[in-house]
Design a protein. Structure first.
Length: 298
């Protein structure tokens, strides 16, 4: 049992770390004059091809143990997948204008946005534990984004795109855990990726028609697809069933420090002590939010 939990935790941590490394690679692609639309489009297309191959190898021939996809479920998954494509689009636009360390903190606002969405859908007031955690997350965000320092000049376009990415990411997380759960997890990932690729293609088309550098497909596209759309679903699919949801959420938050460390090591982004304190506060809030409630003894 302990070995299973350890293995699951490691797989989830690796999946979250993959996401954490992604933004640094995007910044490096920007440095080589690739546009956000070229980057997002290549990632989605190559990621879709990768998932098709994985489904062919690992799902085909095992359909007897899983319910076949129905047209209604497929349409729901494709619609849900549009939020996946929008998350990448908005997030990559955000980090054009702001540092990676700020962008990932804004994306992590999906933690409290998820609490808000859950309370609306379930029509149930969040617990005091979650409300306190949300307030602490917001306080940590102020520190982590360095808003208290007068010498920082944040581009509000980046802030806006970053918050839109967090909203879209919140929807992605919610739909991933609620839509067509009767289907094989890899099948669900595939159809969501189809929806995401379609919306990215529609948004990117006007810009790609004017200018498209096909070098993105072999320079950065494979790396972005691997760490952004192929590895995480596989690792999360394998790891999450071995651990509970609360522990999964806690371990997944490793994405935040990994992203900041990668930006520090590869992009030489400066992260001051106040930002590290804010990041630690956000991580602790995620832990507190997912701690099991104490049962009152009678």
């Amino acid at each position: 049992m302990k070995n299973s939990i350890l293995k699951g935790s490691l797989l989830v941590a690796l999946g979250a770390s993959s996401y954490g490394m992604l933004t640094t690679f995007v910044k490096m692609a920007y440095a080589e004059n690739f546009t956000s639309y070229e980057i997002t489009f290549s990632q989605m297309i190559l990621g879709l091809i990768g998932l098709i191959i994985i489904n062919f190898l690992f799902v085909k021939g095992k359909q007897t143990s899983h319910i076949e996809p129905k047209s209604k479920s497929i349409m729901k998954l494709m619609l849900a997948g549009t939020s996946l494509g929008l998350t990448s689009t908005f997030y990559y636009l955000a980090v054009r204008y702001i540092p990676v360390s700020i962008g990932i903190v804004l994306l992590m606002q999906s933690v409290w946005m998820g609490v808000f969405l859950e309370s609306i859908v379930a029509k149930k007031k969040p617990s005091a534990q979650k409300i306190i955690a949300v307030m602490v997350i917001l306080a940590g965000t102020v520190l982590a984004t360095n808003m208290l320092m007068g010498d920082i000049d944040l581009d509000w376009r980046g802030i806006g795109w970053g918050l839109l990415a967090a909203v879209s990411y919140t929807i992605t997380i919610y739909t991933s855990n609620t839509v067509a759960l009767q289907l094989h997890s890899l099948r669900r990932s595939l159809w969501m990726m189809v929806g995401g690729t379609i919306i990215v293609a529609i948004i990117s088309a006007p810009y790609l028609i004017e200018q498209f550098n096909f070098e993105i497909f072999y320079m950065w596209g494979p790396l972005l697809a691997l760490f952004g759309t192929i590895l995480p679903p596989i690792l999360f699919t394998a790891g999450m069933p071995k651990i509970n949801v609360g522990l999964g959420a806690i371990i997944s938050s490793v994405e935040l420090p990994v992203a900041v460390l990668m930006a520090y090591l590869l992009l030489n982004e400066v992260v001051n002590i106040y930002q590290w304190i804010g990041i630690i506060i956000i991580l602790l809030s995620v832990v507190v939010m997912n701690l099991p409630k104490k049962k009152n003894k009678i």
